[in-house]
Write a protein that binds this ligand. Structure first.
Ligand code: PRP
Length: 217
């Protein structure tokens, strides 16, 4: 039987999803000790590749992988909502509008907003009927209002530590983010039993994790 190829977002998503995959009985030994390796085939049923979030959909749309594991922030930014099969209880965070404490959201001049997510930012400000200038930044967005590049930022907050340690405040809460398992439509037809089995397995494991968390709380 052919292996199912899974593109997993490297970094935080990888760190949070690997324990879930292991709990679902998928061998992730290679990823645990990965070094600079990018392809993992320790489990005979799957081939897992580690890629950057935006590239997950490139591999998926192209049919090079059958399954992607990616944050809803990426799906929302790329305006691609069609493939989501399963919501995982990991990678939960939220988009916020943040800045230094002297920022005035009511000020009438055209604001400059720095972000890694220009489409999400554009949709948010359009939604509140405000025209802003958006500057795309690749990382460490928190610097922008501190260094005078922008009036405020739209970015993701998970623990809130980055904002706190850089003396930034939240001025508005935007959409929530979580991790999603997405499937290529054609692959779903071609590999239906294998993909359905994997999704069902991840769904059960995810529910167990949610239940465990709620009994702890
Ligand atoms: C994300 C996000 C914030 C930070 C928030 O950045 O853009 O900077 O995490 O997390 P926290 O609320 O838990 O502090 P990431 O770590 O992905 O790195 P980057 O800034 O290089 O994009």
């Amino acid at each position: 039987m052919q292996r199912i190829k899974i593109a997993l977002t490297k970094g935080r998503t990888e760190e949070q999803v690997v324990p879930l995959l292991e709990q679902a009985g998928i061998n992730c030994e290679g990823i645990r000790h990965k070094g600079r390796r990018l392809i993992f085939d320790e489990d005979p049923r799957y081939e897992i590749i580690l890629v950057k979030g935006p590239d997950v959909l490139t591999y998926l749309n192209n049919g090079s992988v059958q399954i992607g594991i990616v944050g809803s922030d990426i799906l929302s930014e790329q305006e691609n909502f069609q493939y989501a099969m399963l919501d995982l209880d990991v990678g939960k965070c939220r988009f916020v509008l943040a800045s230094t404490k002297d920022f005035n959201p009511q000020v009438h001049r055209r604001k400059i907003i720095a972000t890694k997510y220009p489409n999400i930012t554009k949709r948010y400000f359009q939604g509140i009927g405000e025209d802003v200038e958006i500057i795309k930044i690749e990382g460490s967005v928190e610097l922008a209002p501190l260094i005078g590049l922008a009036d405020a930022i739209v970015d993701i907050v998970e623990t809130g530590n980055t904002l706190k340690e850089n003396n930034l405040q939240i001025f508005a809460k935007l959409q929530q983010v979580n991790t999603k398992v997405v499937v290529n439509r054609l692959a779903l037809r071609q590999y239906q039993p294998q993909i359905k089995e994997l999704i069902a397995n991840l769904q059960t494991t995810n529910q167990q994790v949610v239940q465990k968390k709620s009994t702890k709380e």
